[in-house]
Design a protein around this ligand. Structure first.
Ligand code: ADP
Length: 561
């Protein structure tokens, strides 16, 4: 011992006792675990603190033990530094987690930091090396725990991020397998779902499973005597800390564990709204104690996965339904467009030939023939209008319409309307009032707005008995609650009205309130569907309010320019 040498050189430390005896007492009673090695690395003495720290005495050391060939110190790369101590240098080595099985038995584990002091003989050669152990277990373990906690949080974050972007159940399963194993510190993770019949488990993804096993266990009954199936059945997690525990609860599984190399297992249920959707199983390739924190973490991960799985399932179902609806709607639109085209061509031919006949190209007409031709012409026009409606509607729904939005002065548009609806109003002696003051300007596609207003006013005329009233006005939110960015145009009548339960459905294509032949006033039931689509296409909306027997009022809301 270098210090010891110096002490023993000093004269008169304690006159009553020789220095070696003093040193021996200090060595024996020192609170610091101390071992003395000979020059070859063999331990020759250890004090009581050593026994306390390591739970064993020097007598327990294997006869062939040598510090300079200690496999753990070798693995930690410490032997070169220790050799320097044997060449005469005082050396301090970094902390090491030492398992005592290689030295004095019984597997005692201690984090220590070693301080090596060479002792020289009278010739100056190193005759012994003294090693004191500083027990740093507490510090190192709390540091290790901090690091592990931080790493877990980081891994959990990765899992959360991957789950949040997973859009399909398969993507969720992939995210789980890619990140949950790391978050749980497991060798591998499997995720399994209960099949729609509710009696089998289906493995969606398995991170680490030998091929023959994966093939056999792709799908298995819920009654199978294995942890995954039990958790799926009971909804309670299972934690198996060792192969013994595994074999005890699920006998006969040892051969499988030999094949996988797994020792411990944690299986958590995937629960959404109190329903077990499936399970996540994490396997570990060494025995493992699951403390409270481990279990809570495993359950949190399972909960996150279950929610992501449910979200993806709903999203998937919604997307599929939307795609189907869109496809159905598209083919309906395409069919209507094709049919309308097929119908319009012969209708135009009918009109052409009627005109030729009326021009008496094929010879003079009798009064009866002329009247019949006029009827044909009226019927042709009627048919053509409806075919055009269908065509428009089909185009509209197929999304092939373009809108040219510009400021539109409402008073001007209403004035433009009058010559077109005048004859219909006069024919039924209806009173017509258009009361829009100048300065009300909407952002709209002028032509389409005219088409909508024309439809609303002609409906009003159609569904109002002779002598009634039709009014077009611009409503300002008198109470000031309305959105100042919106302008409202209203078409009201004193007609038959619409029952409350039909206010929504009349905007559906082909819906008419009174579809009986007696109630039909002509029309296809497409006018309002087209009108509302057009108004919505301009960024607005169309609504109805009505009192049965007293009248209806349709309000167009459009962005104010
Ligand atoms: P069409 O007028 O071709 O039947 P619409 O889509 O324009 O088709 O109207 C659908 C149905 O809504 C009409 O058949 C009618 O029953 C009802 N409706 C529309 N406007 C009025 C109105 N002003 N008064 C009463 N009922 C109306």
């Amino acid at each position: 011992m270098a210090n010891g040498e110096r002490c023993s050189d000093k004269k008169g430390m304690t006159a009553a006792q020789p220095p070696t005896a003093q040193l021996r007492a200090a060595f024996e009673q020192s609170p610091v675990s101390t071992v003395v090695y000979d020059a070859t690395g063999r331990p020759i003495a250890a004090n009581r603190s050593f026994e306390r720290l390591w739970g064993a005495s020097l007598a327990d050391t294997p006869p062939d033990y040598n510090l300079l060939t200690d496999p753990q110190l070798d693995a930690a790369g410490m032997l070169p530094a220790i050799r320097r101590a044997f060449s005469g240098e005082a050396v301090t080595t970094p902390p090491i987690r030492y398992v005592m099985s290689d030295a004095v038995g019984r597997g005692h584990v201690v984090w220590t930091q070693g301080h090596f002091y060479p002792v020289r003989d009278e010739h100056g050669s190193v005759s012994q090396v003294v090693l004191t152990h500083e027990d740093v277990t507490g510090r190192m373990e709390s540091e290790a725990q901090l690091i592990a906690t931080a790493r877990r949080a980081e891994r959990l974050q990765l899992l959360t991020a991957a789950l949040s972007t997973a859009a399909t159940p398969d993507e969720v399963a992939q995210a789980v397998v890619a990140h949950a194993a790391v978050a749980l510190d497991a060798a591998g993770v499997v995720i399994a779902r209960i099949t729609s019949g509710g009696d089998h488990l289906h493995i969606m993804q398995a991170g680490e499973m030998p091929d023959p096993l994966a093939a056999d266990w792709q799908r298995f009954p819920l009654s199978a005597p294995v942890p995954l199936a039990e958790v799926a059945r009971t909804g309670a997690p299972v934690f198996l800390e060792s192969r013994d525990a595994w074999e005890e609860r699920f006998p006969g599984m040892l051969p499988m564990l030999e094949m996988t190399g797994h020792h411990a297992n944690a299986v958590m249920p995937l629960v959404v709204n109190a329903e077990v959707l499936g399970v996540i199983g994490a396997a570990f390739d060494a025995p493992r104690a699951f403390d409270e924190t481990d279990r809570a973490l495993a359950m949190t991960i399972a909960q996150q996965c279950a929610q992501a799985l449910e979200r993806a399932r709903l999203y998937d179902a919604e997307r599929r339904a939307r795609q189907e609806a869109e496809a159905a709607n598209r083919s309906k639109g395409e069919f209507l467009a094709a049919m309308s085209h097929e119908l319009r061509t012969p209708l135009n031919a009918i009109a052409g030939h009627v005109q030729l006949l009326e021009m008496e190209i094929y010879g003079p007409l009798t009064a009866g023939q002329r009247e019949a031709l006029e009827r044909i012409e009226r019927a042709q026009r009627y048919l053509l209008r409806h075919v055009n409606d269908v065509l428009n509607f089909a185009r509209l729904r197929a999304g092939r319409l373009e809108y040219e939005l510009a400021p539109v002065e409402l008073a001007m548009v209403i004035r433009e309307l009058e010559p077109m609806i005048g004859p219909q109003l006069t024919a039924k002696s209806l009173t017509y009032n258009a009361e829009i003051s100048p300065g009300q300007v909407a952002l709209a596609d002028r032509e389409k707005l005219v088409q909508v207003l024309l439809n609303l006013v002609s409906n009003a005329a159609k569904f109002t008995a002779a002598g009634g009233t039709v009014v077009v006005d611009c409503v300002d939110r008198a109470d000031g609650t309305g959105d100042p960015g919106v302008v409202f145009v209203r078409v009201s009548d004193s007609g038959v009205g619409i029952p409350d339960d039909k206010w929504e459905s009349i905007f559906e294509p082909f819906v008419q309130v009174d579809a009986s032949p007696a109630g039909r006033l002509g029309g296809t039931g497409l006018g309002l569907a087209i009108s509302r689509d057009l108004v919505r296409g301009m960024g607005g909306d169309l609504r109805v309010r009505s009192t049965l027997g007293a009248g209806s009022s349709f309000t167009i809301a459009l962005p104010r320019a």
